[in-house]
Design a protein around this ligand. Structure first.
Ligand code: C5P
Length: 225
């Protein structure tokens, strides 16, 4: 029997991570944070001293790197080759590195099997940019989350501040706009809603309201009670 999948795609700061975690908890499903994998490839490349344009080297790392996601209460820990990198991969700098390696088709192809392996019973919530278009085109429910650029920058700013890393809102707005432009314009798996995706604009909505909408969409498709 095929595993039911909910895909959550959208630009940086649209709330995919927060909404995905809440919906996965509601459904008792597994969670794939695909952005973390791209962040890890970039970080692993830097740690190995790979050149910034070494496509094959990064693609090889995408297959061979040892990644573990360990849930610890509400928090998620990420380990790369046995070493904790949870904080290190969450900086905007790591996001920029991820966006650079994510434009290479070889790296995207190398991560496909790793991502699909997350589809385990009873179900999977997968968040990213191309979950509904490329990685899980057969997903039972596809959601595309958006929000105004100003609100997304502010959310990221608050998120980073909460984690104790200083950031300037104007620099962050610029970086996010740059990253979204690169993600949307790349030739392979660009950031676009799947033709059968439900688009939710979360500008001005509370987290709980967005979670409720997604849960209701899943209920209508009898994915959960
Ligand atoms: O979602 P997150 O901000 O962690 O993603 C970091 C970067 O990884 C994105 O800006 C994008 O370039 C890339 N990414 C991607 N495809 C995905 C998930 C992330 O290209 N499915």
């Amino acid at each position: 029997m095929s595993v039911p999948i909910l895909t959550l795609d959208g630009p940086s700061g649209s709330g995919k991570g927060t909404i995905g975690r809440a919906v996965a908890r509601h459904a008792g499903w597994h969670l794939l944070d695909s952005g973390a994998l791209y962040r890890l490839v970039a970080l692993a490349g830097r740690k190995r001293g790979l050149g910034q344009s070494d496509v094959q080297g990064h693609a090889a790392l995408a297959v061979s790197m040892d990644v573990r996601f360990a849930a610890e209460g509400e928090a998620e820990r990420v380990l790369l080759d046995g070493r904790e990198v949870t904080g290190e991969i969450r900086t905007e700098e790591a996001g920029q590195g991820a966006s650079r390696v994510a434009a290479w088709p070889e790296v995207r192809a190398a991560l496909l099997a790793r991502q699909r392996a997350f589809a385990e019973p009873p179900g999977l919530v997968a968040d990213g940019r191309d979950m509904g278009t490329v990685v899980f085109p057969e997903a039972a429910l596809k959601v595309f989350l958006t929000a105004s650029a100003a609100e997304r920058a502010l959310r990221r700013y608050n998120q980073l501040k909460e984690k104790g890393s200083g950031a300037s809102l104007s620099a962050l707005s610029r970086e996010i706009a740059e990253r979204d432009a690169r993600d949307s314009s790349r030739a392979v798996a660009p950031l676009v809603p799947a033709s059968d995706a439900e688009v939710i604009d979360s500008t001005g909505l509370a987290v709980a309201e967005v979670v409720d909408r997604v849960i209701e969409l899943g209920r209508r498709r009898t994915l959960w009670a």
